[in-house]
Design a binder for this molecule. Structure first.
Ligand code: GLN
Length: 251
């Protein structure tokens, strides 16, 4: 009897030490790797060394629901879709607008938020409405973030000559302050953050385009349905709204 007990104890010890070595429990959770561009407040930004924001929190809630461990990778916005499509990342979440063109390369989840492309100008700018910017014969230059829908629309509507692309929205805003461009076209929530952080800038009342944000996945990925199922539940139980309200105070 005693022998069996000792044997069992030894077995337990071997198994538990194997767990330490190979990482049972916590550490063996499957990773969910999310690509983002952490320069898009309040959806994703740095707080010290951590990436926080609406997307980071929703993604964490999704990972928790699926029993997975979230890893957030910061990269250029422009590199997210390619990286997701090739399987380098499990998903892309970056205040990303659903477009027909992007759907050719990736699949999207349900939409969890709305974005609006707005126009930032310096106070007292001759550009008072979107119509001024797009008027025949106008020569105003626009700053945009590379690879974003704002950049794509402006290049289509104004021609590439009038559009300067920057890798971060904040850099486009600095170009506006320095007088290199006459306005910046970017999503409304980051726009509000950039205007609050810099004196002498305003957002025009006229909105340019309204769009849906969603999570992207490699085409036909098994994860799409799982993550989307978790997202649906988090939308239905009010978690997503709570996270958005925490970062965006209603006007
Ligand atoms: N919503 C815009 C897009 O999808 C911008 C996103 C971003 O810059 N993170 O293109």
């Amino acid at each position: 009897m005693k022998k069996i007990f000792v044997l069992m104890l030894a077995l337990v010890m071997v198994v538990s030490s194997m767990c330490v070595m190979t990482g049972c429990g916590q550490d063996s959770k499957k990773k969910l790797v999310m690509a983002t561009n952490a320069a898009f407040p309040p959806y994703e930004m740095y707080e010290g060394k951590n990436i926080v924001g609406i997307d980071a929190e929703i993604a964490k809630a999704i990972a928790d629901k699926l029993g997975m461990e979230l890893e957030i990778v910061d990269t250029e916005f422009n590199a997210i879709i390619g990286g997701v499509a090739s399987g380098k990342y499990d998903m892309g979440m970056a205040g990303m607008t659903v477009t027909e063109d992007r759907k050719k390369s990736v699949d999207f989840s349900d939409s969890y938020a709305t974005g609006v492309q707005v126009i930032i100008v310096k106070e007292g700018s001759a550009i008072a409405t979107a119509d001024d910017l797009f008027a025949d014969g106008a020569t105003y230059k626009v700053g945009v973030q590379d690879g974003t829908t704002g950049a794509i629309y402006c290049e289509d509507d104004l021609g590439a000559d009038r559009v300067s692309s920057y890798s971060k929205g904040a850099d486009a805003v600095q170009a506006l302050i320095a007088g290199k461009v006459d306005c910046v076209v970017i999503d409304n929530e980051p726009a509000k953050n950039f205007v609050a952080a810099n004196d002498g800038l305003v957002i025009l009342d006229t909105e340019y385009v309204t769009e849906d944000y969603a999570i992207c996945f490699a085409k036909d990925s098994e994860l799409t349905e799982k993550v989307n199922g978790a997202l649906k539940e988090l939308i239905a139980d009010g978690t997503v709204k709570k996270i958005i309200d925490k970062y965006i105070t209603a006007e």
